[in-house]
Design a protein around this ligand. Structure first.
Ligand code: CTP
Ligand code: CA
Length: 226
């Protein structure tokens, strides 16, 4: 276990971190989800708390254990995550949207277990609300950090997400690379700002990635306030 000295750069700041995969139910015993472990988001929450912030972690499905000193709010669906974040948005100084939010959910949720019948079953899905985009539209004073999980054309997609969702910083990761993305303990990320690529980090443990990204966030929050 690496030792991270506690610091106070985020003392007095309220931080929201979302983490993990959302769960979109089909019926009481079945759901759609993704491979997110939540580790990246949990690492951010821990690193922010370590810098003196008041941190609320809004988590979907994860394998990561709760963190001392961080308020944990459990949610299932994208819709529940949206409401949990919006409720706390006005009071937040910094929002880090590391969650892997489902893009689609079943149009219908059966109240009882779906029984098998035909040889083929077609599921009808509808788009979920884009939480990050909603936050971007409603942004007043908050510093908004988005993520982009890509397997190709990383820079191009990352910049378009940053602009479309009105983020202050975007953390891109190429999830097709070994040692990056879902369900591993390390990540390889690039940081983008409005002006383009800011920094390319090497492969690092997620906790270390969180430290390096938070350093950049703190610096940019200061610049923004100045
Ligand atoms: N996001 C969100 N709400 C959604 C979908 C995504 O808040 N319904 C957020 C994620 O938490 C992440 C960012 O948007 O911070 C980018 O997610 P990503 O899946 O990479 O991008 P999408 O905009 O969903 O585009 P696509 O999946 O088509 O690449
Ligand atoms: Ca998506």
């Amino acid at each position: 276990q690496r030792f991270f000295a506690s610091r106070s750069e985020l003392a007095g700041k309220t931080v929201i971190v979302t983490a993990g995969g959302t769960v979109e139910r089909l019926d009481p015993v079945r759901f759609l989800t993704n491979d997110s472990s939540g580790k990246m988001g949990f690492a951010f929450a821990e690193a922010a708390a370590n810098r003196g912030a008041d941190v609320t972690l809004i988590a979907g499905r994860t394998t990561a254990p709760p963190i001392d000193g961080v308020k944990l709010v459990r949610v299932e669906s994208a819709e529940q995550m949206l409401h949990a974040v919006l409720e706390r948005y006005d009071a937040a100084d910094l929002v880090i949207k590391a969650a892997a939010v489902a893009d689609y959910r079943p149009v219908e949720q059966a109240p009882t277990k779906i029984k098998k019948s035909e040889e083929k079953l077609v599921l009808e899905l509808e788009r979920t609300t884009d939480i990050l985009k909603t936050l971007g539209e409603r942004k007043t004073h908050q510093f908004l950090v988005g993520f982009a999980a890509e397997t190709e054309r990383v820079a191009e997609y990352a910049m378009s997400k940053l602009v479309r969702k009105n983020c202050d910083l975007l953390v891109a990761n190429d999830v097709s690379r070994e040692g990056a993305g879902f369900n591993v303990d390390t990540n390889v990320v690039q940081l983008y700002g409005k002006e383009g690529l800011l920094e390319s980090l090497p492969q690092l443990p997620k906790r270390e990635v969180a430290e390096r990204v938070l350093e950049r966030i703190v610096q940019r929050m200061r610049d923004k306030a100045a």
